[in-house]
Design a protein around this ligand. Structure first.
Ligand SMILES: Nc1nc2c(c(=O)[nH]1)N[C@H]1C(S)=C(S)[C@@H](COP(=O)(O)O)O[C@H]1N2
Ligand SMILES: [Mo]
Length: 327
């Protein structure tokens, strides 16, 4: 049974306007990526301004929407205001309100994705090529930052696996790496060496193919605002937030584990795996509990769950691994 969140979210936030060609996904033409060949001129998806309505499938959302439920957790989604004004996006500054203040100047169109490495299909592609074949769906996921705060967020997007399969990764592709745009003229944080730019992240290929790994283009049924990682960002809900890289321009399939920004910056504080784990403290603070943004003061802190509550879906990926060693 989908939680009450599902009764709230679609009815209240589905906008009447149709952004994608709704008939296409209602007809099931987009299911399982059939016919989603690269290079085909799909129905043009004219990207709209941040906050403009997006159409998305409510049916496919229900199956995964139920996954958000974890007994004892408050699963009320955070507000648009909270989700878009309390951000980490160091390209726009290190303060939580810097992204909301400075990211609007980022130009997200035209946007292209460059794909390289261990895959049969490589090259540079306009973002629209990947958006047009997909039915978008809503996923209400818990989000847990390594800094021990959390939210519940209704994203709109499509499974990462559906995107990656189009490039036909070879058997040597053991990992997939992602890079954020490097454009200091519009990203003031990149003019300062706070991190090694561009921001880089990565996943093991089987993690990337898990059905929870999600490519996000929207929020609350609307086009993703820049501070949230427009026009395309990753969400890996069972990992700490820094894995969920924003404004992606490059995907590289690799044989070796790729270097990632935060583990380059502080390898003993931010590992490659970064699975949410209440039993492994950060060297400078406990990860046993988290502060839910916007919760009443008395209820602010709550227990952090193993794999952020998604163990049933993802624990198999780490069988036999020492999760204290591979943090
Ligand atoms: N390119 C880029 N991606 C990024 C970050 C960043 O600074 N730059 N911050 C990460 C961190 S630490 C977190 S917690 C999340 C925050 O996502 P949100 O602002 O949408 O909540 O984005 C992640 N992705
Ligand atoms: Mo974070």
């Amino acid at each position: 049974m989908a939680s009450r969140l599902h009764r709230i979210a679609p009815s209240e936030i589905t906008p009447p306007e149709v952004f994608f060609n709704r008939r296409r996904f209602l007809a099931g033409a987009l299911v399982a990526g059939t016919g989603a060949a690269l290079g085909r001129a799909g129905a043009a998806v004219v990207p709209a301004a941040a906050g403009a309505p997006l159409a998305y499938s409510l049916d496919s959302a229900d199956s995964v929407g139920a996954l958000v439920h974890a007994p004892g957790q408050d699963e009320t989604p955070n507000s648009w205001e909270q989700i878009t004004h309390y951000n980490n996006y160091y390209e726009f500054g290190t303060g939580k309100s810097d992204p909301a203040e400075y990211a609007a100047a980022l130009q997200t169109r035209p946007w292209s994705l460059t794909v390289s490495g261990e895959a049969e299909v490589t090259g540079q592609f306009p973002l629209e090529k990947f958006l047009s074949p997909y039915a978008l769906e809503e996923r209400i996921y818990r989000f847990r930052c390594v800094e021990a705060w959390s939210m519940v967020i209704p994203w709109v997007g499509f499974p990462l696996a559906r995107l990656l399969k189009q490039f036909k990764p070879t058997s040597r592709a053991k990992y997939v790496a992602f890079e954020t745009l490097y454009r200091p003229s519009q990203m003031p944080g990149q003019r300062v060496p706070i991190l090694q730019w561009p921001y880089r992240e990565g996943l093991r290929i089987d993690e990337a193919m898990n059905r929870l790994a999600f490519m996000v283009v929207g929020l609350y049924g609307r086009v993703l605002p820049n501070q949230s990682g427009a026009p395309l960002r990753l969400i890996v809900p069972w990992k700490y937030g820094f894995k969920s890289i924003k404004s992606i321009v490059r995907i590289v399939f690799t044989e070796r584990q790729p270097q990632t920004t935060w583990s380059l910056a502080a390898p003993n504080e931010y590992g490659f795996y970064a699975n949410v784990n209440p039993n492994v403290p950060h060297p400078r603070w406990s990860q046993a509990t988290e502060r839910r943004i916007g919760a009443p003061l008395f209820h602010e802190r709550q227990a952090t769950l193993m794999f952020n509550g998604y163990a049933d879906e993802v624990a198999y990926l780490y069988n036999g691994m020492n999760l204290h060693e591979y943090f």
